[in-house]
Write a protein that binds this ligand. Structure first.
Ligand SMILES: CC(C)(COP(=O)(O)OP(=O)(O)OC[C@H]1O[C@@H](n2cnc3c(N)ncnc32)[C@H](O)[C@@H]1OP(=O)(O)O)[C@@H](O)C(=O)NCCC(=O)NCCS
Length: 173
């Protein structure tokens, strides 16, 4: 499927204050903290824009984290060492209220998957980790193959192997 949007690095030129995904915390992050954190290399933000290039339709923010062995479910633990596992974290992901349900969230997620695959060629990276805001957003991630961690069901992971297989098998990701 082709969407008439592109995903670009965060920039001051974007109308960040106009963004409203319905969740204040995620709106405030984009308008007040995303550029500073991007510059400090604490969290890199990527923004979906449409034909009006300055208007953010959605965004996600990524950074690197470790997942601890004890957090993983028994299935995932198999064949892994008992060390912290290097991973990429999607700290934020949101789509503007007016365009939700048009697959922009899926497109942003797909972009983050491709980014993780590229990074993993140079830096070891086993999982993508997300912290779902609530049960509703958790369902979105489960739909794409994320698995809740043992003691924290709002924290979910998907392995790079699963992502690579999905890209090989399905074209609708
Ligand atoms: C969750 C969110 C990012 C989804 O983005 P979106 O652009 O509206 O979703 P999409 O149109 O890409 O949906 C893709 C698929 O996921 C499904 N989906 C969307 N939101 C879902 C949810 N909360 N639970 C389960 N499935 C969901 C859609 O039905 C669609 O399925 P389909 O392919 O069978 O049609 C967006 O609704 C949002 O920003 N919500 C507020 C912020 C938030 O909760 N962020 C996520 C946690 S940080």
């Amino acid at each position: 499927m082709t969407l008439n949007i592109k995903i670009i690095p965060i920039s001051k030129k974007l109308e960040l204050k106009q963004f409203d995904c319905g969740i204040n915390e995620l709106n405030v992050y984009l308008s007040q903290y995303s550029i500073a954190n991007d510059k400090k290399n604490i969290g890199k933000t990527f923004v979906a824009v449409g034909e009006e290039h300055n208007f953010p339709l959605g965004y996600y923010t990524v950074s690197m984290v470790q997942v601890y062995f004890h957090e993983l479910t028994d299935d995932i633990k198999k064949s892994l060492p008992k060390y912290p596992i290097p991973s990429m974290r999607i700290g934020k992901l949101a789509v503007s209220k007016g365009v939700q349900g048009k697959r922009i969230g899926a497109y942003l997620l797909r972009d983050s998957f491709l980014r993780a695959i590229r990074i993993s060629e140079d830096v070891a990276l086993k999982f993508i980790v997300v912290d779902a805001l609530n049960e509703k957003s958790k369902e979105f991630y489960i739909r794409y193959g994320f698995i809740p961690l043992k003691d924290n069901p709002l924290k979910l992971v998907i392995s790079l192997d699963t992502i690579k297989m999905a890209f090989l098998s399905f074209h609708n990701l």
